[in-house]
Design a protein around this ligand. Structure first.
Ligand code: ADP
Ligand code: MG
Length: 231
């Protein structure tokens, strides 16, 4: 699903140039659950943002599901992102002015789905994430664990092929963190590919494979368990 070759990313701010990713090579197969680990500032989020087509590499190539991403126009990239990718962030990134229902409905509006179809899909995913009873509430009225379940609902309502999660349990206590990891594992077992950035050894055990980044380079990779193995 993902083939990344000789990827480099540098950021230039005034006088300083930061090489955030330095010659990264990474393949992720369909159905895999990969954890990216490493110290703060080593390039984890930069890599995830490039995989999510939210940012472009400075050098190298990125192929997603047979599409050479570097060669696409912005409109084609947006099209590829819609419906294929779901994002989950540490800080939930919900829209405070919209209700739980409206937050989760938003990606379906972008897909130009009819109102009745949207309602069916939103309620189904909210029920599955055990948050349907809060559908008319606003994000600030919810606990952190509930907000992350809404964010996961929003990420999966379009049935994406790939979920990108950047420290999804970073703001959660261990009970809610484990619940989020169990939800991601369930989605993975149903076939969704997951690439997750984490600082947590506990969370990394849910993945098939751990990729360790240091100073913008992949330094080690280790296999946790085979794909398809029971956790
Ligand atoms: P991590 O997620 O592993 O903590 P990041 O990918 O956020 O690391 O950052 C990697 C490096 O790139 C850091 O040195 C960071 O300061 C720098 N960086 C990230 N984003 C930007 C940006 N938009 N502009 C300038 N520097 C950036
Ligand atoms: Mg980060």
């Amino acid at each position: 699903m993902i083939t990344i070759k000789n990827l480099k990313k540098s950021f230039r701010t005034e006088e300083v140039e930061t090489l955030a990713l330095n010659n990264v090579n990474l393949n992720v197969a369909e159905g895999e659950f990969v954890a990216i680990m490493g110290p703060s500032g080593c390039g984890k989020s930069t890599l995830l943002n490039i995989i999510g087509m939210l940012d472009n590499p400075t050098e190298g190539s990125y192929n997603f599901a047979g599409n050479e991403v570097g060669g696409l126009k912005e409109s084609q990239r947006t099209q590829l992102r819609k419906g294929n990718l779901g994002f989950v962030f540490q800080s939930f990134n919900l829209i405070d002015e919209l209700t739980v229902y409206e937050n989760v409905e938003l990606p379906l509006i972008y897909l130009k789905m009819s109102k009745s179809e949207r309602k069916e899909k939103v309620m189904k995913v909210l029920e599955r994430m055990k948050i349907a009873h809060r559908s008319k509430h606003f994000p600030q009225q919810l606990s952190g664990g509930q907000q992350q379940r809404v964010a996961i609902s929003r990420a999966v309502v379009t049935n994406p092929k790939l979920i990108l999660a950047d420290e999804p349990t970073g703001n959660l206590d261990s009970k809610n963190g484990i619940e989020v990891m169990n939800l991601l594992t369930e989605l993975n077992q149903e076939g969704t590919t997951i690439v997750m950035v984490t600082h947590s050894d506990r969370d990394s055990h849910y993945a098939h494979r751990i990729v360790n980044l240091f100073d913008g380079q992949i330094v080690t990779e280790s296999q946790n368990r085979a794909m398809g193995a029971v956790v």
